[in-house]
Design a protein around this ligand. Structure first.
Ligand code: FUC
Length: 789
């Protein structure tokens, strides 16, 4: 695939939905439209980590589709197969004998739980807030935008000689969604506010200036939820009745929306009222300022410039269409990059649940895959950008969530497999289920927690937070390692340890010499890669904490006998321990490249020969239609970045924008799934900085299209904050701030420079001038602001 470069006007003239704008252009970090959203995929997301809204921006009627992260049906349940322990040895024996169909059949009825979990629980919408402005004619200068520099959405237009404006944001310090309606002529704001929820089971009641909506969701099987809207008008009159509050002839109006459930045992009414009482007495401009300050304390840590073009003159949907038609809009890539960070800040705050398959933004009562927590790549991918884009604390909800799985995961290890430690499978939910359920092809995969430990340990590597390592990360890693050491068995053919019965997420192979396909094996490559990663990290952590000496020995012994990465006769990395033919050669999961990314077992330093095998593996998948889901394409960007192939990484960034991105810049699986957004932001960062191989590599995969630019504020393992500037496609300089005082080893192409120690809080300058010897030139105190750019 070669990107085609067309001049922008030639592409845009073909598009009907755009117009050059006569009004002031919105700031560059803005997603904007000149019309209301025609559907959810055009609506604009705001979120405070817990509460979210999708803003449609209608003229006659505004719709805010609302979410609260704990609005879940279902309840804790236990669906383990009571015969699993008994059947495990037999399934293993059948697999070692090559009797794949029989083994899979027995595992399906004899190991998997019988309950279809997806029917039991789901994330759901909180409901909708409608603002009915009545029929409006003669609207001009309409603009709907989401400024991601401030995390504020707005809708502005003129009608009947008056300019109207709506501002909407979700504040974390204020714990609410806030809407402000203004107009440039006094007395012109008239509307009716109404809350509702699909299914019509919610109780909705307006009283005074408030509307309350509550429901015990899932027909009384899920959480109890409560949403509260308070309307504060300045001027005009306010009436209420039924399910609505009406405001007539106001000068300005502020609406606050709070919501809560009993998921954590609190009374949802008390919680929503207490948040409301706190925020609604505060001046709007103060609430707004606190929100911006809080948001920017995270967002502003990173800035990116990949070069500039004409894109900013056009609405975002037109720019996405132009990218689909071959126009390369680097400004849009910058916006898309930062949008990934915006989404993480808006959907994952410490103390809350982690971002689910849709972050927090899900419509209706049955979102795709229940908008749950798939841990066979998706939620791990959600957190790939956290550390590297300087949002490390936002990874904590994921670590806490995996920690919260431990009681259930311990029971699953014990009751299903008769082993110690902790285990979870391909997915889970807010009720922390961990048993193997559903079909073997996706469900019989006991590596969900083991993989998550990779994210969890990374937080320590970036932050150096020893208390976190001791109290949060290590206990989970240790128990996950314990399960793995008990789970592995000797392959009679090789004498090496293999994982199984297990699958290579969610792929199938043709049964050799037999009919049909199977998925279950002894020894899928990914399992061994994950286990190697986990055991090495746990050994490392136990050394740092100076603990668990005898268990460390056991892990070391296990590692010695663990099946290594294998390559097949065609030079590709093998996906299973035998050379099976894939049933779907373009499969979206490229699990057997885990060691290339997010793992670090395949690197130029350790085993350069495997890099070539990895490249062949991706190319084979791509040539058979691979990368067709958003998240899969995003993973491929990360793979090529790790292969230091900037051109291929860039082609796949373009393909992601061109083929798997919705008009509002959300990722399209299809349908919307947020992992692709997060994976892409991570991938672009990996193109510019990597630190997984024991050194900090600058611009490892810079494509020709990014001749001049910068990225400032991104992070490397060891606690280094890095600002990189480049020109003519080459490194100009890097400014590195040491947060922890660790040794520093830098690489730019073949230039390597190092310092045996650095000073905490000091800043180091590295120039990319090839004529100079490779040295770190100077050491300055504290702020990088004084350094030459
Ligand atoms: C994984 C993927 C699917 C989807 C689902 C939510 O299992 O195989 O493509 O993303 O998770």
């Amino acid at each position: 695939m070669n990107p085609k470069y067309y001049p922008l006007p030639a592409v845009l003239i073909l598009l009907s939905s755009i117009s050059l704008f006569s009004q002031e252009l919105p700031p560059e970090m803005t997603i904007w439209f000149n019309r209301p959203a025609a559907n959810w995929n055009e609506a604009l997301p705001v979120g405070n980590g817990r509460l979210g809204a999708m803003i449609f921006g209608g003229i006659t009627e505004e719709r805010l589709q609302l979410n609260e992260e704990t609005v879940w049906t279902g309840a804790p349940r236990w669906d383990a197969n009571p015969d699993a322990k008994k059947n495990l040895p037999e399934v293993r024996k059948l697999l070692f004998e090559g009797k794949y169909a029989e083994a899979e059949k027995l595992a399906q009825i004899g190991i998997m739980g019988q309950f279809k979990r997806d029917m039991a629980s789901s994330y759901q919408t909180l409901g909708d807030l409608f603002l009915d402005f009545g029929h409006t004619t003669g609207v001009t200068e309409y603009q709907r935008e989401l400024n991601i520099e401030e995390a504020i959405a707005s809708v502005t237009y003129r009608a009947g000689g008056t300019s109207f404006s709506r501002e909407i944001f979700a504040t974390t310090p204020g714990d609410a969604i806030v809407i402000r309606l203004t107009a440039d002529r006094p007395g012109s704001i008239t509307f009716t506010a109404r809350l509702s929820r699909p299914g019509n089971m919610a109780g909705v009641r307006a009283e005074g200036n408030q509307i309350r909506m509550n429901e015990h969701i899932g027909n009384g099987t899920g959480v109890k939820m409560e949403a509260l809207l308070r309307v504060i008008n300045s001027g005009g009159k306010l009436y209420s009745g039924g399910d609505s509050v009406k405001v007539s002839g106001a000068d300005s109006v502020t609406l606050f929306l709070t919501a809560a459930t009993d998921y954590r045992g609190n009374d949802p009414r008390e919680s929503s009222v207490s948040s409301m009482d706190k925020i609604s007495s505060v001046d709007y401009y103060l609430v707004r300022k606190e929100h911006i300050d809080d948001y920017q304390s995270l967002f502003k840590r990173v800035s990116i410039d990949l070069g500039s073009g004409d894109g900013k003159f056009f609405t975002t949907d037109a720019r996405v269409t132009a990218m689909q038609n071959g126009y390369v809009d680097t400004d849009l890539i910058e916006l898309y990059y930062q949008f990934g960070r915006y989404l993480l800040i808006s959907s994952s705050r410490p103390g809350n649940l982690p971002a689910n398959l849709q972050g927090i933004w899900a419509d209706g009562l049955a979102p795709p895959w229940s908008a749950d927590y798939h841990i066979n790549i998706n939620i791990q991918m959600n957190y790939w950008p956290a550390e590297i884009t300087n949002l490390g604390e936002l990874s904590l909800p994921f670590a806490e969530f995996i920690n919260d799985l431990r009681p259930s995961a311990r029971r699953t290890a014990e009751e299903v497999y008769g082993m110690r430690g902790i285990v979870a499978h391909y997915t889970t939910d807010v009720w922390h289920y961990t048993e193997p359920l559903g079909a073997v092809v996706y469900g019989m995969w006991p590596m969900g927690i083991a993989w998550s430990c990779q994210n969890i340990y990374d937080h320590y590597l970036f932050s150096g937070d020893i208390n976190y390592l001791r109290n949060k990360a290590y206990p989970t890693m240790r128990e996950a390692s314990q399960f793995c050491t008990e789970w592995l068995v000797t392959n009679p053919k090789t004498g090496l340890l293999v994982s199984g019965p297990s699958i290579s997420p969610e792929n199938r192979f043709r049964i050799p010499g037999g009919e049909g396909t199977a998925s279950l094996v002894m020894g899928p490559a990914m399992d061994h890669m994950i286990i190697r990663d986990l055991l090495q990290n746990t050994i490392q952590a136990s050394l740092i904490l100076d603990t668990d000496r005898s268990f460390r020995k056991r892990m070391e012994k296990t590692l010695e006998r663990l099946t290594p990465v294998q390559t097949g006769s065609d030079g590709r990395i093998m996906e299973w321990s035998e050379e099976f033919e894939e049933a779907e050669p373009g499969h979206r999961h490229i699990s057997h490249l885990y060691s290339l990314h997010p793992g670090n077992q395949i690197t130029a330093q350790k085993n350069p020969e495997l890099l070539e095998a990895a490249r062949k593996t991706i190319q084979y998948r791509l040539s058979h239609g691979g990368g067709h889901t958003g998240w899969s394409r995003a993973w491929i960007v990360n793979f090529f970045a790790r292969l230091k192939d900037g051109e291929a990484a860039w082609e796949n960034v373009l393909a992601l924008l061109g083929k798997s991105t919705l008009p509002n810049l959300l990722d399209n699986h299809p349908p919307f799934q947020i992992d692709g957004n997060f994976g892409a932001t991570a991938g672009i960062t990996e193109m510019l900085l990597q630190s997984h191989s024991g050194e900090i590599e600058l611009l490892p995969a810079l494509p020709d299209a990014w001749q001049k630019g910068h990225i400032h504020g991104i992070m490397a393992r060891g606690g280094f904050e890095v600002d990189i500037d480049w020109e003519d496609g080459k490194l100009k300089q890097a400014i590195i701030t040491s947060r922890l005082g660790n040794p520093l080893k830098l690489r730019y192409k073949n230039i390597v420079a190092g310092l045996e120690s650095t000073e905490k809080g000091k800043t180091y300058l590295f120039r990319g001038d090839h004529s100079l010897p490779p040295v770190i030139l100077s050491c300055h105190s504290l702020s990088s602001a004084h350094l030459p750019r």
